[in-house]
Design a protein around this ligand. Sequence first.
Ligand code: DGJ
Length: 722
Amino acid sequence: MRILKTGICAMLLFCCVFANAQNEKQLIVQTKHVSLVLTVGKNNRVYQSYFGKRLLNNADYARLNSTKHEAYITGGMEDQFEPAIKVTHTDGNPSLELNYVSSSSNPSGEDMTETVINLKDPKYPVEVVLHYQAFAQEDVIKAWTEIKHGEKSPLLLNNYASAMLHFDAKKYWLTHFHGDWALEMKMQEDELTTGNKIIDSKLGTRADMYEAPLFMLALNKQADETSGEVVAGSLAWTGNFQFQFEMDEHNSLRLISGINPVASEYHLDAGKTFTTPAFIFTYSNEGKGQASRNLHKWARNYGIVDGNKSRMTLYNNWETTDMKFDQNLLVGLFDDVNKLGADLFLLDDGWFGNKYPRNNDKAGLGDWQENKAKLPGNIEYLVKQAEAKGIKFGIWLEPEMVNPKSELYEKHPDWILKLPNRDENYQRNQLVLDLTNPRVQDYVYSIVDNMMTNNPGIAYIKWDCNRTMSNTYSPYLKDRQSQVYVDYTLGLYHVLDKVRAKYPHLLMMLCSGGGGRTEYGALKYFTEFWPSDNTDPLERVFIQWGYSNFFPSITISAHVTQWSKTATIKYRTDVAMMGRLGYDLSIKKLTDAEVQFSKQAIKNYNRLNSVIWYGDLYRLISPYEEDRAVLMYVNDAKSKAVLFNYFLNTRYKAQFNVVKLQGLDPQKNYKIEEINLMDGIKSNFNDSGKIYSGDYLMTVGLNLSAGKIIPQTSNVIEITQQ
Ligand code: DGJ
């Protein structure tokens, strides 16, 4: 192998420019265990020659000579399948050819290397830049594209994928996640057949209410948690997305990821650069579990705000009070926060609006002044009272929306997305503000900034978004209506960039009427997300399981509530403890024993949360396969682990096998202790207090189902190195 150029010494490991046996230039995007090899063909086009497990010897890459799959296929030329990019030039020519111009590999810190490939049309002044950031330790690649041109009039971008990947496997199994309000992240796995399978959304604001921009693709055979080749991918875009999986007659699969080309033709002015959102992906040849752990690690290190810092156990009033409260009632609830030993009180919807008080969801949205009848002392009083009682205070906002019954609507009818000559279309009685308009962006930013400036003590913001976009038209964009979905999201990012520049560490929850916005484009500004309004623990086992494929537990807010009328406080708590624990229930409705249990559970959680938040997740038994779910988190040192066992609606005389643990050190001994026990609730675990080797636990396993199983019971087991 001939090395054409290398970066500094460390980069020999993670990026290289080589020549293959045909003396073609090879660009190797490489992490600790994964390689993506791109080859510049003799015709100057760039091809994907390999993607998968990193080869042991760099010299072997020289043997790859495949120039079969162009890396970023252009529309209008000789390829007759779906292109990654399609443009229409000023003269009406609907084709693009992209030739290699130059490339570079730039290390940034010890972990990340960015490979940049500059491409250009030989006949038209259009340039495309492919970016690949390789995160060595996380085995994650982040890919995106920039497009610019020097034509006389705007270039029309018809499709503009973030990235394209090619696979040549025998078979393909696609796992995707779909749902609805209160039914998020239903996991579905199917074998792909020839033709084009599209997973997408067209909802605008509530980006992924029906389909999440997340998938796992198993190659050759179906993967499980510990075996099989898997690509896990995610588009970081808070808007309409599309994944296309197109399998041709030779069994080759091309994957195109990006902004949904539906309703998004973009007029790119000369000299301006269009930057696509990032496609974030990983590869594992050790099954889905490893793919998830890669993404979790990447998210904590790069994908979310302060992913390696602490979080608070919060108490939310939404399910307890709805919008019916006043300041005395709220201050009374602060005492409940203290009784539980939680950290923060989060005031939800209903605190604002005077001309049109926000007493229900029909009025007031957009008028962010404290309602004088409910909060005569303003938010300031509440923050002071919280401080006096030794807890933190957080607040709910829904800055992108407006009720027609509001002063904002009366003052600025031109700030609202709605079709001319058509009736307004409402969801939850509200409309979406036109965030393509810079004045509206400023206004939305000012909602947060005024709140924080007036009340610097606020420690947490819940940012909600309760409708999708429909009958969408922007008064601001005028003749560029096809850009409204894209420019809306860019406008939102502009606002969030400003918020984060001024308040870099503020805890912020991303919420969209439950989990309508759960993706890494928005999460880069947030510390956590609200996965679903459905907090029935039985449902949450499935919902949280789904999210756990892509998001670390520190991001998954999980609250103990009164949604379920039958589940015990223990079951509700144990399920919430696998995520970022919180509460949303009236403790007046709890018995003394339930309050005592909850206090102890919070103490346990505080002792173990670093394992749950930053540890490695091992999903041991899937609720999709048995009437139970078992998972565990293990810390880096493999000295502490926490195991969660949840029985679902088990049948009469249900029988379950022993469960083999994962992720422990076989050489170490561990003490196994059941915690979160509650008087009157029988446990099916008889081995608490015993000591086992890691080898035994992972080879023989633990019996978590001794005796008669009672539906909707659970165990939390603390595992400690001796
Ligand atoms: C939807 C959210 O998902 C709920 O948690 C709550 O904040 C309501 N909005 C308030 O309107």
